[in-house]
Design a protein around this ligand. Structure first.
Ligand code: FES
Length: 496
């Protein structure tokens, strides 16, 4: 038995089998809904309206024809970050397959939230253009652990299939935008965290989510692109930079390559904040990396009015003459609050005495009738910020480095680019004493992938970075839990 499902806001119809959930039908209809908990019914982000009633799409089984209102137009307006550190390198691509006169190269950064493709000229290394999309895997879970669990329960091919399709579409779209064809691409270098890496390559994810949390493969992968259904030149090669350990993957190797942390004269801290915070501390004498589960709060999940940094999101909150003011992306009515807004709001609440340093918020704070932050939201923020702060402290302890000895704090990634460092320090996510040493290095992971595609000795260097970087597994570190609990509160006084 099948039923007709009309998605009114997206102007899309779908013929659904009886027994599918509305969320299944949205996915099957290609609507890419948000399902941060992977359809477990716990995140509340998949709510839709059917017959005037608000229900969870993942918990609603189709048993009749339905008209579904999702409140979305189907367009994705998320801000996507493409710039990096701007490091200049020599064009030295080595031998390229295919013998083309004007070959193309590509670099792909598979983030948990966004996928970015860069197209490079294989004759002189110029960047021709870039394209990006939200990672379609987010409909199977916002964080990497829910996606790995989904793959374990339902088969990895669903998740690998959708990300490979997106990479193919992006390569084609980007190449054609510049009057070229994807068949002219002869080399792709890819980066992503270990989970993105495993799901793309359809490797088992069980060892990643169960102790001792080790990737099935850490070595760099070199294969024919056609072997993983990536449609470029028939002889085109596909290279994944190596993973370091745990969830610290080739994206971190890319960040190190772009930022040259491994050659730094002074102690440097690199923090890539996403659903997982990847943190590296060290200098040219050695580096240690760890990964800390910040969870998807910074991307809007688990926050009642949370959303990604797209149109309608409160992205900036500030105090003006003692009053709380905010800025909305697109300058329209606020529809929710994104990660950078959340950080700012907490910093303002602390400063204005609306919230105390334990995180107690006596009453829900309303920005508008519809957009607010409540006690539970603040608790989620505390968990997320404590994960980052505790990761930094653990690395410092492990490397016997005082925070004050760190000369440079580089923040990579989209969230790091948009957050206000003053707020990050005020809420104790980043050490306040490093406030003046913080710089944003943009999408350094994607930049590292481009560097490796363009210069063969840089690529070889990236392979050594895996061996040179020590991995610290925080889940097995006996002191971590205490540090984490200690970091849950907010600093007593705002600094910075
Ligand atoms: Fe439905 Fe999370 S509650 S996807």
């Amino acid at each position: 038995m099948t039923y007709q499902i009309i998605f009114a806001d997206e102007k899309t119809e779908y013929r659904a089998e009886e027994g599918m959930t509305v969320l299944d039908a949205q996915i099957a209809a290609g609507l890419r809904p948000d399902a941060f908990c992977g359809g477990k019914g716990t995140c509340g982000k998949c709510s839709v309206t059917i017959d005037g009633e608000t229900v969870l799409a993942c918990r609603t089984v189709i048993d009749r024809d339905m008209v579904v209102y999702t409140g979305r137009t189907g367009k994705e307006h998320t801000q996507i970050l493409m710039k990096g550190t701007g490091r200049q390198i020599r064009f030295l691509p080595g031998e390229l397959p295919g013998n083309l006169e004007a070959p193309l190269l590509a670099a792909v950064d598979v983030g948990s939230t966004t996928v970015v493709v860069y197209l490079l000229d294989g004759r002189d290394g110029r960047q021709l253009g870039a394209g990006s999309r939200l990672n379609p895997q987010r409909q199977y879970g916002a964080d990497v652990v829910s996606r790995c669990s989904y793959a374990m329960e339902n088969g990895a091919e669903i998740l690998s299939g959708c990300i490979r399709r997106t990479v193919n579409e992006l390569l084609q779209e980007t190449a054609r935008r510049y009057g070229r064809e994807p068949e002219e691409i002869v080399r792709i270098v890819m980066v992503g965290n270990s989970c993105m890496h495993h799901l793309f390559l359809e490797l088992p994810t069980k060892t990643l989510v169960l102790a001792p949390y080790t990737p099935a493969v850490t070595e760099a992968v070199s294969m024919k692109a056609s072997d993983c259904q990536i449609s470029i030149h028939p002889q085109g090669e596909l290279l994944w930079l190596p993973n370091i350990g745990g969830f610290v993957g080739s994206d971190t190797v890319g960040c190190v390559l772009a930022s040259r942390l491994d050659q730094a004269e002074e102690t440097t801290l690199l923090v890539d904040i996403g659903t997982n915070g990847e943190i590296v501390l060290g200098d040219r004498n050695g580096m240690t990396a760890c990964s800390t589960a910040a969870g998807p709060a910074f991307e809007g999940a688990k926050i009642t009015c949370g959303m990604r940094g797209s149109e309608g999101a409160i992205d900036h909150v500030y105090l003006e003459e003692g009053k709380i003011k905010f800025h909305v992306i697109g300058d329209g009515e606020p529809a929710g609050i994104c990660g950078s807004g959340l950080l700012d709001a907490a910093a303002c609440f602390l400063k204005a005495g609306i919230m105390d340093e334990t995180g107690r918020l006596p009453q829900t704070y309303y920005f508008t009738d519809r957009v607010f932050l409540n006690q539970q939201d603040i608790r989620e923020l505390q968990l997320a910020k404590a994960a980052i702060a505790a990761g930094i402290r653990s690395l410092c302890l492990h490397r016997k480095t005082e925070v004050a000895q760190i000369r440079k704090l580089m923040i990579a990634g989209a969230f790091g680019n948009y957050l206000n460092p003053d707020s990050a320090c005020a809420i104790g996510m980043l050490p306040a004493e490093l406030r003046d040493r913080i710089s944003s290095i943009g999408n350094a992971a994607g930049e590292g992938a481009q560097i490796a595609a363009l210069n063969v000795s840089e690529y070889e260097h990236s392979l050594r970075l895996r061996e040179e970087t020590e991995f610290l597994e925080l889940a097995l570190d006996p002191g971590f839990q205490d540090i984490y609990v200690d970091e849950l509160g907010f600093p007593e006084e705002e600094m910075g």
